[in-house]
Design a protein around this ligand. Sequence first.
Ligand SMILES: *Cc1c(COP(=O)(O)O)cnc(C)c1O
Length: 400
Amino acid sequence: MMKDDERLRRMGKHTKAIHGGGLEKKVYGEISVPIFQTSTFGFPSAAEGAARFAGESDGYIYTRLNNPTANALEEAMTLLEGGFAAIASSTGMAAVTTTLLTFLSQGDHVVATDSIYGASRMALQFEFARFGIGATFVDSSSTANIERAIGRNTKVIFLETPTNPTMAVSDIRAAAELARARGAILVVDNTFAGPYLQRPLELGADIVVESLTKFINGHSDVLGGMVVTRNEELHAQIKRMFTLFGGTIDPHQAWLILRGLKTLPLRVEKAQDNAGRLARFLSGHPKVTWLRYPGLPDHPQHEVARRQMEGFGSMMSFGVKNGLEGGITLMNAVHLITLAVSLGGIDSLIEHPASMTHAAIPREERERAGIRDELVRLSVGCEDFEDLRADLEHALSCIP
Ligand SMILES: *Cc1c(COP(=O)(O)O)cnc(C)c1O
C-alpha cells in the first residue's frame, strides 16, 4: 500500500486515477511505476524464503502469486472502486469465471442477469452446468424476478448493469439487500459503467468483477480483468483460486493498463458527452425505430440509473428501419465508426449482437433477453461529436 493511501481515499476521482497505485519506495524518484518483468524473486536467505511461504513476511515469491507492477494496478482499482483489495487477471473472463468458481460447488445455484456478456452466459449455461452448478437467468431490472429465482441452494447473485447489449439497469442496492437477507453473495460486473460512473461496493455489493480491456485501459490494445472485494475474507478466498487456476495478469500488461487508467476520467467525460448528444440525435431520427440509453428519460430504468450512476456512460443500443437488413446496411455504411466487437475505447465501435457477440445463445433465449435481431450496439468514443453525427447520418441515409 502507498503511504498516503488514506489521504488519497478522500480525494476526487481524477486524482485517484492519476495517483492511485504507486510503489511504497521509489527507486529513482520515477513518476511511472517500473515494469517488474520477472517471473520469480530471489530470497535473501532460506529463512526469509520460508517466512514468505508461511505468510509471515510479505516479500515477493513468484509472479503468479504477486508482482509489484500488478499490485500497483490492483491498488489503483481498489481506490477507484472503493473496495478492500483487488486481484488483477489476464482477461475479464478470467475474473468472472475464477470468482464464480470460488463460491459455486456441485449442487449450488446462481441467479444471473439474462442479458449478461455473451461469454459469461455461455460459461454458466454450458460449462458450469457440466459440474452440476445450476443457473437461472432473469431480467434483473426487476428485483422481484431475482427474488423469485432464488432457491435453497442459491449461493451467488450475478448482476451486470447496465447490461450488454440491452442497456437494462438493475437496482444494485435492492439486490444487495436481497442477497444479504437470503445468504447469497452479490457479484456485479461493472464493465459497462466502470468505477468512474458506478461503484457497486458502495451500494452494498460484495464483489465487483470487470474487464479492464474496455473503459479502464481504454485504447483497444490490451486485455485484462479485475476482481475487487468488499472485505478481506472474500479477497483471500478468491486470491487462493487465482493462485491455483492461474488466470493472473502479466506485469507488462498490468503496466499498460495502469497507463490507460490514468486518463479514465477524461476519456469517460468526453465519450459520455458525445453519447448523450448522439442518443438525442439518433432517437429523433426517422430511420431509428427505438433507442436505449440510460440517460434518456424514456429508458425504463432511468430513475434507478440516476440514483446509482454518476453519469450515463457511452454505450447505447438501437433498432433501425428494415430490421436486421437495415442494421447490416448501417454497419457496412459507417466510415469513421469501426465495425468491431469490444467497447470502451477512444475509438467508436459498432456491432450486431445477434450475429456476433451473442450468436451462440439460442435465438429464442436471446429474444427473451431482449436481444432482438435488429439491435445494433454502439460504443461511443472520444472523436469530435460532429464527425460521429455526420458518419451516422450518412450511414442511416443508406437504409431504404
Ligand atoms: C468484455 C467483457 C467481459 C470479458 O472481458 P475480456 O477482457 O474480454 O475477457 C466481461 N463482461 C463484460 C460486460 C464485458 O463487456
